[in-house]
Design a protein around this ligand. Structure first.
Ligand code: ZN
Length: 319
């Protein structure tokens, strides 16, 4: 009894030993240059404008971060949580982050205007290299004269096992909402699409408050930032998130190694062990199983041309 009383009376930590700085955690929901917007875990409906601490530290939308608040709506990012993956594009000099911690890549194409097969091929390679599930949307299927042609262009991709969702987001929104909702809910999905394909129509369909959310994020980023030039994350009503990245015309993958590239083509994979040389580049080598397969039509020559172009680009990188 007495010892217990003595113990209870012994106070260990004086009040002034409190942590000098209260750290908070949150999710990066927008990025523009070195400006980031973080949605704190602790408070809903609050956005915090954050800057990274180091000059070279790169933060991506979708990153979990620890930040030190400097005011009610500003902070400094001091730590980036462990990433499952980080999707980015690169040329020979620099890289540009898309997003981190993704599950899927949704590539938005349309019957009209003409979509770039080069960008589609590169997006698929990026998805494969990062173990993301690629989904292709063919939008504007109501434009019938262009539908057959677009279908024919996508047939080789269907044959490779890629799912193509034919939608008319504007004309048949309910169907589009159902089809997309079933695949996107509960997952973190990055949207990629050239301008004119209907990417923003798709965002507005699935995120009814997207415009208001974008304005809030834009305010948090700092005034004067144009709403289409930054990557942003929208939480989905049923769970998961949709990440919208600005339109782009180039998708450089200079950072992928030759080994990553050859495995990012699913039609190459079962043949890789059959090349005569174990270090075959599949470009000009005798006894190459990939070149043989291209010769008899099992591999589409345009796909091999993309592979060859990507291998060439990877060799150009300036480190
Ligand atoms: Zn080979």
């Amino acid at each position: 009894m007495t010892s217990r009383t003595a113990k209870a009376g012994k106070r260990v930590a004086p009040a002034e030993h409190r942590e000098p700085q209260q750290l908070s955690e949150g999710l990066v929901v927008a990025a523009h240059g070195r400006h980031y917007v973080v949605a704190p875990d602790s408070e809903a409906d609050v956005l915090v404008q954050c800057f990274p601490r180091g000059k070279r530290s790169e933060v991506a939308v979708g990153d979990r971060v620890v930040y030190q608040p400097s005011s009610a709506d500003q902070g400094v990012i001091v730590e980036i949580g462990t990433r499952r993956n980080l999707l980015y594009r690169s040329d020979q000099y620099k890289s540009k982050l898309f997003a981190a911690n993704l599950d899927q890549l949704l590539i938005v194409l349309a019957t009209e205007p003409h979509f770039s097969e080069d960008l589609l091929g590169r997006a698929l390679v990026a998805a494969e290299a990062n173990a993301l599930l690629p989904l292709i949307v063919l939008n504007k299927t109501d434009i019938e004269p262009a539908l057959m042609k677009a279908r024919a262009r996508l047939e080789p991709y269907r044959a490779l096992g890629y799912e193509v969702l034919e939608l008319s987001i504007k004309k048949r929104p309910d169907e589009a909402r159902e089809v997309l909702g079933a695949r996107l809910t509960g997952h973190s999905t990055l949207l990629l699409g050239q301008s004119g394909m209907g990417k923003s129509t798709l965002v507005n369909l699935l995120v009814p408050n997207a415009d208001a959310a974008t304005r809030e994020i834009s305010t948090a980023l700092g005034s004067g930032r144009h709403t289409t030039t930054f990557t942003r994350l929208y939480p989905l009503a049923g769970g998961g998130a949709l990440i919208d990245s600005p339109g782009f015309q180039e998708f450089g993958l200079y950072h992928l190694t030759e080994g990553q590239l050859e495995r990012a083509f699913p039609e190459f994979r079962p043949l890789l062990a059959n090349c005569r040389f174990y270090n075959c580049h599949h470009l000009h080598e005798p006894g190459c199983a990939i070149l043989d397969a291209m010769g008899d039509g099992r591999i589409v020559s345009a796909r091999h041309a993309l592979y060859a172009q990507l291998v060439h680009e990877a060799s150009q990188i300036v480190r």
